[in-house]
Design a protein around this ligand. Structure first.
Ligand SMILES: Nc1ncnc2c1ncn2[C@@H]1O[C@H](COP(=O)(O)OP(=O)(O)OP(=O)(O)O)[C@@H](O)[C@H]1O
Ligand code: SF4
Ligand SMILES: [Mg+2]
Length: 391
């Protein structure tokens, strides 16, 4: 059994995606009304990796539904955090946004332009605008090159010679990320993990990107260094007006750095909202369970909180549960949850959740049914079948 490789989409792959067996929750997870211009808009984006069998005559026997119809937007200058358990599709989403991986279906709009179908050649001028910071600062830097050569290569790639000369420009960048200009001639192995991540960030900034997707930017670092790198990313955002999508499984990191947070489960966004709102009043049971596992340093606060232990493992994305994908682990699940996919709907300003029985909301079940009925992802049957309010 084998799976497809990145950027090796087959017609079957595309077919698997476009057909889609899901009633995708296509409500756009945008920020509060009246907020700034969206830089990035993602609409019903999905990636199905075909699973094939046979060596000579390969045939598709299934598909890993890594990302299955996610929609969100990111405004200029804001940080959207993307959280969820391992394997829920965070990296795949990030790589599709960067166009490092072709999507199976859906649409990506950057600065108002549809970039979903652009060829690699057409993407080249946009490459400098869209940059990614990777998790592993050890493997993302060439060990045989000096720091000067690594960061300087970014200028070369653009065919650009900085006014003050490449060396001076690289040294300015080193200072910007909290390193010393004297580090110019050193090699990556002479640095700590945190310093290497700073070098990676300096290389990214050389291209003056408009959007940075940071995939677990601090999870490979010591806890003591994590805060320094997170603070650096925030300072750089203030100084340079950067826009971030920060992918992480650590909810404390995401809370610290994000303006809004989107929670993913098994290839879907199940909740999105302003970080304070979402952390204080999670509406989706899955978000609630994730938050209940975050350590609280204050013993008094800790005592008042109940830890929700999720039962069972995350189901396989090869064969995700029907309707609400969380129903196999949800303590609130009822029949409707196994039959009708709950669409992502706005339950308070800027706060959306995909659940038939959301928590921390005053929206009545009747209103929820009405919202579901007008949502593009909801089936008429589903709305009609929706349950009565829970006891
Ligand atoms: N090239 C591929 N071929 C087949 N399946 C893949 C491929 N890349 C990723 N997957 C599968 O897609 C799903 C989502 O993977 P992804 O790496 O996006 O998850 P993630 O949320 O980033 O997880 P983690 O927190 O562990 O980094 C996983 O089940 C993974 O095994
Ligand atoms: S829709 Fe049902 S199963 Fe899904 S999260 Fe809500 S209550 Fe749980
Ligand atoms: Mg990942």
């Amino acid at each position: 059994m084998s799976t497809s490789q990145d950027r090796a989409d087959t017609p079957e792959d595309t077919a698997a995606g476009t057909g889609g067996d899901t009633a995708a929750a296509t409500a756009t997870a945008a920020g509060p009304a009246g907020a700034g211009e969206p830089l990035l808009e993602v609409d019903n984006l999905g990636k199905h990796f075909p699973v094939t069998q046979g060596i000579v005559f390969k045939r598709q026997i299934g598909a890993v539904k890594a990302v299955d119809g996610v929609s969100f937007s990111v405004r200029k200058g804001e940080t959207l955090g993307l959280v969820g358990e391992s394997g829920c599709g965070k990296t795949t989403t990030g790589r599709m946004i960067m166009r490092l991986l072709d999507s199976s279906f859906g649409k990506i709009t950057f600065e108002g332009r549809d970039i979903t179908g652009l060829s690699q050649g057409q993407m080249r001028p946009l490459r400098r605008d869209l940059q990614m910071i990777f998790q592993d600062p050890y493997s993302s830097l060439n060990p045989r090159q000096t720091v000067g050569a690594i960061i300087g290569a970014a200028f070369k790639l653009q065919g650009e010679t900085p006014q003050q000369g490449t060396r001076a420009a690289v040294q300015e960048l080193l200072q910007l990320v909290g390193l010393s200009p004297e580090h110019y001639n050193r090699y990556p192995h002479e640095f700590s993990g945190g310093q290497r991540q700073r070098i990676g960030i300096a290389r990214t900034l050389a291209l003056k990107p408009k959007l940075i997707v940071a995939d677990e930017p601090v999870s490979a670092l010591d806890v003591s260094v994590q805060a320094q790198v997170v603070n650096l990313l925030e300072d750089l955002q203030d100084e340079l007006g950067l826009t971030y999508v920060v992918i992480a499984h650590d909810l404390s990191v995401v809370r610290h750095i994000s303006d809004r947070v989107a929670v993913m489960y098994l290839g879907k966004i199940v909740e999105v909202g302003d970080r304070n709102d979402l952390y204080a009043k999670p509406m989706h049971p899955y978000t609630n369970a994730l938050l209940s596992a975050v350590p609280i340093p204050d013993p008094a606060q800790r005592a008042g909180r109940e830890r929700i232990r999720l039962q069972g493992d995350v189901p396989s994305p090869l064969d995700p549960p029907p309707a609400c994908r969380f129903h196999t682990r949800c303590w609130k699940a009822q029949d409707i949850c196994k039959q009708v996919e709950p669409p992502l709907v706005e339950l308070s300003p800027g706060h959306q959740a995909a659940c038939h029985f959301p928590e921390n909301t005053t929206v009545s079940q009747t209103d929820l049914v009405a919202k579901a009925a007008v949502s593009p992802g909801a089936s008429a049957d589903g709305a009609a079948d929706a349950p009565q309010a829970q006891e």
